[in-house]
Design a protein around this ligand. Structure first.
Ligand SMILES: Nc1ncnc2c1ncn2[C@@H]1O[C@H](COP(=O)(O)OP(=O)(O)OP(=O)(O)O)[C@@H](O)[C@H]1O
Length: 355
């Protein structure tokens, strides 16, 4: 296995000043098909904001509109306070890191990174490119061809090439999709560390909710061209705006219960619970798997499937309040289907969905 050197942010590498980005009522239509529907979003300078949603929800189209690679049908886009809606990609001071790396195969790594600087007649393209390569942990790799690097290293070159331009905004289009799971985790942490060290504004597109939670200041959950919720990773996980967000972020059990403002009742099982502003009466409750445990008393249910996953065993259990998924630490044996069990709930990990 190749071990990659850890990136070393150098004091010499200065990012350009972080810029705010504002989308106001942005719509994109391809022919009659509206793929982004009046989206408004304020991106604070120096933050990493992730657009998250299922395939086809319009996240890449929004990123491409910010980059200037796609025209905006309606609405206004400003970067650093300037209306850039009608400006070309080259006039916008943003750079994008693509899933495919998009490196020039016939140029050395150093020349790949220096390319944009040469086009822009930068006075010292090679020095700046070397600094950017050092920043992503590839100091000394400049003489190689891209084909002589691993996928993770090629993605670092793509990152260095984007950073060296000192953009006002850095855009990432599913940058880790071509990497294996372990390397994805490592790279996402490194991207986050570099973004924070440089204090640069970044917009990141992914359909991987774990990746979004791990790296973002703010996550924008989208479906079918609309924003479902904008919030911190914790907001989205603990206080989802609706069932779509609850289901998309993490594992979600959506159970029927009744609530009187003080007690939550799943069938015969009640527990004290307060949630200011929550609806009362018959409610739908998000219950995260970690909030449910097997117990001697509690909600009766029957195991309908059990899958051994190593550290945990994932069970689905049929209950009068609905189907429940839980993943307790593995025991020596997996409970067979049809086993009668009881479930207890803890209030941390429950959330009554807005009516
Ligand atoms: N150039 C185009 N012409 C016509 N339709 C397009 C074009 N580009 C994208 N679309 C459509 O717009 C919708 C949104 O696409 P987009 O790539 O933004 O989605 P996404 O959320 O990024 O999905 P994915 O994760 O699969 O890339 C899709 O239905 C897609 O087919």
């Amino acid at each position: 296995m190749t071990t990659l050197p850890a990136p070393r942010p150098t004091a010499r590498f200065q990012a350009s000043q972080a810029a705010p980005v504002r989308l106001e009522g942005i719509t994109k239509r391809f022919g009659r098909n509206t793929v982004v529907n009046r989206v408004s979003l304020d991106i604070q300078p120096g933050t990493l904001v992730t657009l998250l949603g299922p395939s086809g929800c319009g996240k890449t189209t929004i990123l491409r509109m910010i980059a200037g690679l796609e025209t905006i049908t309606e609405g206004q886009l400003s970067i650093d306070g300037e209306d850039v809606t009608q400006l070309s990609a080259a006039q916008r001071d943003v750079t994008m890191v693509f899933q495919s790396y998009a490196l020039f195969p016939h140029l050395s790594v150093l020349e790949n990174v220096a390319y944009g600087l040469r086009v822009g007649r930068h006075p010292q393209p090679l020095t700046a490119a070397e600094e950017a390569l050092a920043l992503v942990g590839l100091g000394g790799y400049g003489g190689r061809a891209p084909s002589q690097l691993s996928g993770g290293q090629q993605q670092r070159v793509a990152l260095a090439r984007a950073l060296v331009m000192k953009p006002k905004v850095l855009l990432f289009d599913e940058p880790l999709s071509n990497l294996d799971a372990k390397l994805r985790r490592k790279m996402r942490n490194e991207i986050r560390a570099i973004q924070q060290d440089l204090g640069i504004t970044a917009v990141y597109v992914t359909h991987d909710q774990a990746e979004a939670l791990a790296i973002s200041d703010v996550v924008v959950v989208m479906s079918a061209g609309n924003i479902e919720q904008v919030g911190s990773p914790e907001d989205l996980y603990r206080r989802p705006a609706n069932a779509f967000v609850a289901d998309f972020i993490g594992e979600a059990n959506l159970l029927q219960a009744t609530y009187d403002g003080q007690q939550l009742a799943f069938g015969s099982v009640t527990l004290p619970y307060t949630q200011p502003g929550a609806p009362t009466g018959n409610v739908r409750v998000l219950v995260r798997p970690e909030a449910i445990a097997f117990s001697h008393t509690g909600l009766a249910g029957r195991v309908t499937s059990g899958a051994y996953l190593g550290a945990t065993t994932e069970y689905t259990i049929d209950t009068p309040a609905g189907e429940v998924l839980i993943a307790p630490p593995s025991e020596a044996t997996v409970l067979p289907n049809g086993t009668d069990v009881r479930l207890s709930f803890r209030s941390n990990g429950l959330y009554i969905l807005p009516a």
